[in-house]
Design a protein around this ligand. Structure first.
Ligand SMILES: [Zn+2]
Length: 316
């Protein structure tokens, strides 16, 4: 059975605003990061934080659970509505973070289980003597420009359309115009999913049951965590999906998986030789699935991205 999966993804994104994290006045500024090329030269370019990627993986799972074929999977009150105060419950009409034993948090919510949590000291509930921190089973790098390609960014002016027949000049009119930045580039990210530890109780002293949930529930959670990557590969990774869907064009996907134990993280596709290096890094017995235009040795080349997902899902 599947124990660990890594993803190394290269994709083109044209005219996206995935990294509009800073807002100053009526200008939404784009996030610029500094990094080095393979020769050690300084570069500045738009990039998207791993927090954003993790958030959109979570949104993908939430969407599939609430609206899809995984509706039997439980979510806590916080994860159901997309609030970051997990594990949460509604007390007196207020959504609050609730300290609770790890096993309860896991069995009550797939997102608390898979994405982890940090219970603040002031949280309500009976959390004493239990772990108040659960590490995420899904890990994400930043989305970074692939070295050797151009990146572009452009600020454009938008005008909000008013429903009123006439807008008074002055105060009202000033709020109608705002600036937004959009970026384009060929990007890379890596991610790892620690499948074996989904449902696992970390502080499980003397209990023969390693997992807080039964086998069927575990399998469903693993499936939904993997299917959420498919949504990410389709470009569902932005806050402006109603009016700025990224023009996404996947270039390469390399998946490594193991049925025996944890794997190292893959070398990032932002580097030109990531395929050989990743294959050379992984331990014996690792399975490689590849989609793209290269024909690397030691990997199973798939005709579609869907074939990669089908093989992963068949190992659960
Ligand atoms: Zn939750």
């Amino acid at each position: 059975m599947l124990k660990f999966v890594t993803f190394a993804v290269k994709t083109q994104l044209n005219v996206h605003d995935l990294n509009n994290e800073a807002v100053a006045g009526n200008v939404t500024d784009i996030r610029i990061i500094e990094f080095l090329d393979e020769d050690g030269n300084h570069i500045e370019a738009p990039a998207v934080s791993g927090r954003m990627l993790k958030h959109w993986h979570y949104e993908g799972m939430r969407h599939l659970i609430i609206n899809g074929a995984y509706s039997s999977i439980p979510l806590c009150a916080a994860c159901k509505v997309g609030e970051p105060v997990r594990p949460g419950a509604i007390n007196n009409n207020n959504l609050r973070q609730i300290a609770q034993p790890e096993g309860n948090a896991i069995s009550g919510c797939a997102v608390c289980d898979i994405h982890g949590y940090l219970i603040a000291q002031g949280a309500e509930g009976e959390g004493r003597g239990t772990s108040n921190r659960r590490a995420s089973r899904a890990m994400f790098s930043w989305l970074m420009p692939v070295l050797g390609y151009d990146t572009t960014q452009k600020q454009v002016i938008h005008t909000r359309v008013s429903q009123q027949e006439s807008v008074a000049e002055g105060e009202g009119a000033a709020q109608m115009i705002f600036n937004k930045s959009y970026a384009s580039g060929i990007y890379a990210f890596v991610s790892a999913l620690d499948v074996d530890r989904i449902g696992l109780v970390e502080l499980n002293l003397g209990n023969p049951n390693r997992y807080a949930i039964d086998d069927n529930e575990r399998k469903n959670r693993i499936k939904v965590a993997i299917e959420a990557y498919r949504l990410m590969l389709s470009g569902q990774i932005g806050a402006s999906l109603s009016h700025a869907l990224p023009h996404q064009n996947p270039v390469e996907v390399l998946v490594a998986y193991s049925e025996t134990g944890p794997l190292p993280f893959p070398v990032s596709p932002m580097y030109s030789d990531y395929l050989e290096k990743t294959i050379g890094l992984m331990p014996e017995g690792t399975q490689f699935l590849y989609w793209g235009s290269e024909t690397p040795s030691g990997v199973t080349k798939k005709n579609t991205i869907d074939e990669i997902f089908k093989e992963l899902l068949s190992k659960i």
